[in-house]
Design a protein around this ligand. Structure first.
Ligand SMILES: [Zn+2]
Length: 230
């Protein structure tokens, strides 16, 4: 847009060209996302680092452009891609190619015949998400998305409140991505639980209070100084 404004004194492009430029700009900036939408009232918000509706405190979810996705994604395209969660990238809230946690997902299905028999069902498969990369937790999925998106939005610092797995994943993925990480934990958390996180070198802040209080404080601080993850 700055470029267009700059050029406008010497060159005024045809309306179709402006439209094409805007389309290109929107696609490049937002990928397949259209807006953030409140789950309670349906109000839409711009695609910024915001997670709560200012009218009713409802959670904001990502609204996708499914027509656009339909045109570029099908089973064949997915099957040609590498074996990670990112083979479904059009359906994930990132605008560009992901940059964090590229190997996450595509965990195996384990056939559980004896449990199936016990439950009285013909066939049962269990998703083994304990082999995710890099911290052996399903939290690696959400953290990969959150940190990829944080980098897109220009953040250099991320934070979370956690009592274990989320802290590990944020610390590990932030270290890998070159982001600064803050981990907020309850002060009475067992040391064994934070050793895993500490090896990745995050800033650990211990708070006197239970998890909900730690979580609220982390969210308030993140809102105040614009950290990339809550
Ligand atoms: Zn709302």
């Amino acid at each position: 847009m700055a470029q267009m404004r700059h050029d406008s004194s010497t060159f005024f492009p045809a309306p179709q060209l402006v439209f094409k430029q805007l389309l290109g700009l929107m696609s490049e900036e937002n990928g397949y996302m259209k807006a953030l939408k409140c789950r309670e009232c349906g109000r839409e918000y711009p695609l910024t680092a915001n997670h709560v509706c200012e009218f009713d405190f409802g959670p904001l979810e990502v609204a996708y452009d499914y027509d656009l996705i339909r045109n570029s994604l099908n089973r064949e395209v997915i099957s040609r891609r590498s074996n990670s969660m990112w083979r479904y990238r059009e359906l994930l809230p990132v605008a560009k190619e992901p940059t964090v946690g590229l190997q996450v997902g595509y965990t195996p299905l384990v056939k559980a015949d004896r449990l199936a028999k016990r439950l009285g069902i013909r066939e049962l498969w269990i998703k083994n998400d304990t082999v995710n990369y890099p911290t052996l937790s399903f939290k690696d999925r959400v953290v990969s998305v959150a940190l990829s998106r944080s980098k897109e939005l220009g953040f250099d610092t991320v934070a979370c409140a956690s009592t274990g797995n989320l802290a590990n994943s944020v610390a590990a993925n932030a270290a890998s991505a070159g982001l600064r990480a803050f981990v907020f934990i309850p002060a009475d958390l067992e040391q064994g639980k934070i050793v895993n996180s500490l090896v990745y070198g995050p800033e650990v802040i211990s708070i006197k209070g239970h998890y909900d209080e730690v979580n609220r404080l982390c969210a308030e601080i993140a809102g105040k100084i614009q950290l990339g993850l809550r």
